[in-house]
Write a protein that binds this ligand. Sequence first.
Ligand code: NAP
Length: 432
Amino acid sequence: MSDHELRVALLGCGNVGSEVARLLTEQASDLAARIGTSVRLAGVAVRRPNRHRTIPAELLTTDAAALVESDVDLVVEVIGGIEPARTLLLAALRSGKSVVTANKALLAEHAGELFAAADATGADLYFEAAVAGAIPLLRPLRESLAGDRINSVLGIVNGTTNFILSAMDETGSGYAEALEEASRLGYAEADPTADVDGYDAASKAAILASLAFHTRVTAADVHREGISAVTAADVAAARALGRTIKLLAICERVADPDGSESVAVRVHPAMIPRGHPLAAVGGAFNAVFVEADAAGQLMFYGQGAGGAPTASAVLGDLVAVARNRLVGGRGPGESAYAALPVRPISRASTRYHLSLDVADRPGVLASVAAVFAEHDVSIAAVRQEGRSGDASLVIVTHSAPDAALRSTVDKIAGLPAVREVVSVMRVEGEDL
Ligand code: NAP
């Protein structure tokens, strides 16, 4: 074992950081044996030191920048958000210190800048915990599948929205009621915007797409729709079709007619068949499917958040960067050589489910079908149920460009025979 101990600066000591500190301390001897040298917590940067009674007082500081500048070898960042995390990590990497971070928002916006700083000094930048908590997912994409060609990454990467949608499906409750329940049980933050509006999932999708397709994808490149517009009627319509609604992150390699390739990355709620493996992912769990040329289909499943599960991923990275440092080596840097263009959602094709309340009289179905034909959107299945003057019309389309579908729905909503467009929802999974 080397006699040079590695000194760790921990930036942030909240849900994740406190668990990182605990594991680093409790498992110190095992970690030392696995790494080949001991790792020691040299300091913990927080905002409010008096709130961190489990951390020895002499380790606590409110000056994160000074801690990064001090004589530390590794920097673990679990503060979150863009600043001051960005400035702190750039300073660490520029001075050759290896970085482990769980910060999806930062990676999804500033990966290029951070990797450039890491490349300049040969430092490591690891971020397994930034996507899907405890689930080993980024390392398989970055390393295990580095010899394969990945075609798609699709999954449930946000536990809060999955909890809410699962509750709506199980109880028939509306969105507001299910969100309240999630907040009460601690599954939703006081300000749930980042989760329910899909920002968190979009950041994760950007990170996944960047690794899978060797292309720099930022959160701004991701088409994002949250779950706040999902109604009890949408959930009931899905149930009637043997489907359930999940918020999906979908990263795809798509071929253009001229043979060139692009990348489509989107986050939105979608109906999936109840028999689909993702339909069984309930509560706060995450699951991600990866499809690659040679490997075929792979599924990753586990706890996508929480202090201890996320700290497990942070500690895994910490062991990796510590080992690299000990042998004077380095893990993989950014791989963005493919630089594929990102396709806008208006050109992305998906299937849709529409549920309409219409007048129950002859010719209505024909008038609705004519609007679909006019916009070149082909219908896969139709179901009509009449009830005293009104009828409910359910239509599922074949794959159609998003823009064509939007104009179809707008025009249908204006037809005299259409009383209400009850539900419009994307459909993923096998054909109906
Ligand atoms: P958190 O509970 O809010 O903790 C944030 C910590 O950062 C707190 O200890 C806070 O100090 C400290 N902090 C904030 N501003 C600071 C500053 N300017 N200087 C020094 N310290 C500062 O957050 P978390 O849930 O642990 O999440 C941390 C990171 O992990 C985020 O990037 C998040 O996206 C990621 N992540 C979290 C989870 C999860 O389940 N929580 C899962 C995956 C990834 P005080 O405690 O003194 O206020």
